[in-house]
Design a protein around this ligand. Structure first.
Ligand code: PMP
Length: 322
């Protein structure tokens, strides 16, 4: 679908996957005016196809759009477009458990203009790709490198938007963490490098002294849909969750006093990733002997159960495509 200033969004269409033709001076290539989303379609045992809270992804599109000065897209229209496309490619979803169809909606600025200003034209595109099960042989805990040199976002910046620049700025830290033997980076706040923000592509949760804690949304972290769902389901199950500032020092102190019971990441790709180890400036700690804890296991079983249709969706989170 295209956007033209004065005309609005127009010409929605489904076309075969193919390279895009773009003007070399189109604005996205130079100024990064682009946003994207990621969600999955799941096939149930009886052949239905479900989406998990797709309206939340479209709402996040608009929040990212507002920050990047891209015109909004009607949420219902966006969800309808995703469903129509998934129907076309439904046969691509393999039957193996845990497999799904990854959906990547994105918007790029297409105006051919070599000056810094918002574009007058855009393209909203949705592409799909089948993906295998994230965990093939049981849930693996991840090893996390606490990043002290680079920062991902600061308040007032782009942190809460799902925009390309956030991922570009994270690459160097990610490469260095991988080189040191770690799976992902844990970002600290961009000013004091003191408070925990999020992991590369996940939000983070901790269970300390019986309390489930996750960093509050203060503008510099992505408001994850799995994060939101985790908070809702824990609260409904009678497990309180506190959204607040938590410093890396508090985490290490809790570990030292034997009170750090669990740490896990939440995100569309894995749903839940238990964190087995943190390394902060060379000091390494192990959480729950590197195993998944009961809170993370409960969230994982409930969310994946709802997504796969194995558990009744008492939350009204899924939408049927077929
Ligand atoms: N933080 C970042 C930076 C991410 O890229 C993602 C993945 N979209 C998340 C958190 C988790 O968000 P969600 O649960 O919506 O996938």
């Amino acid at each position: 679908m295209d956007y033209t200033e004065g005309k609005g969004w127009h010409d929605p269409r489904i076309v075969p996957y193919a390279p895009l033709e773009l003007d070399p001076s189109c604005m996205v290539l130079h100024y990064g005016q682009a946003i994207f989303e990621g969600l999955k379609a799941y096939k149930t045992k009886n052949g239905e196809i479900l989406l998990f809270r797709p309206e939340k992804n479209m709402e996040r599109v608009n929040s990212s759009n507002d920050r990047l000065v891209i015109p909004r897209i009607d949420v219902d229209f966006g969800v309808k477009a995703i469903k129509e496309l998934v129907r076309v490619d439904a046969d691509w979803i393999p039957d193996a458990p845990g497999t799904s169809l990854y959906i990547r909606p994105f918007i790029i600025a297409t105006d051919p203009y070599l000056g810094v200003r918002p574009s007058d034209t855009y393209k909203f595109i949705i592409i799909l790709s089948p993906v295998g099960a994230y965990y093939k042989e049981g849930i693996n805990p991840v090893k996390i490198y606490v990043e002290s040199n680079y920062v991902r976002a600061v308040k007032g910046g782009l942190g809460y938007a799902k925009t390309v620049a956030n991922y570009a700025s994270s690459l160097k830290a990610q490469v260095e963490a991988k080189h040191a033997g770690y799976t992902q980076v844990l970002w600290l706040d961009g000013i004091e490098k003191k408070y925990i923000e999020e992991v590369g592509t996940m939000n983070v949760f901790f269970k300390i002294n019986g309390e489930v804690i996750t960093p509050a949304l203060e503008g510099s972290i992505l408001p994850g849909i799995t994060r939101m769902s985790t908070i809702e389901l824990l609260r409904k199950s009678g497990i309180p969750v506190t959204e607040r500032k938590i410093s890396i020092r508090e985490l290490y102190d809790a570990h030292a006093s034997g009170k750090l019971d669990e740490a896990f990441g939440t995100g569309t790709a894995a749903v839940i990733s238990p964190i087995g180890e943190f390394n902060w400036n060379g000091a390494s700690i192990t959480v729950n002997e590197g195993k998944i804890g009961p809170v993370a296991a409960k969230v994982y079983e409930t969310i994946t159960g709802i997504q796969s249709g194995d558990l009744a969706d008492t939350y009204g989170w899924t939408q049927k495509v077929l």
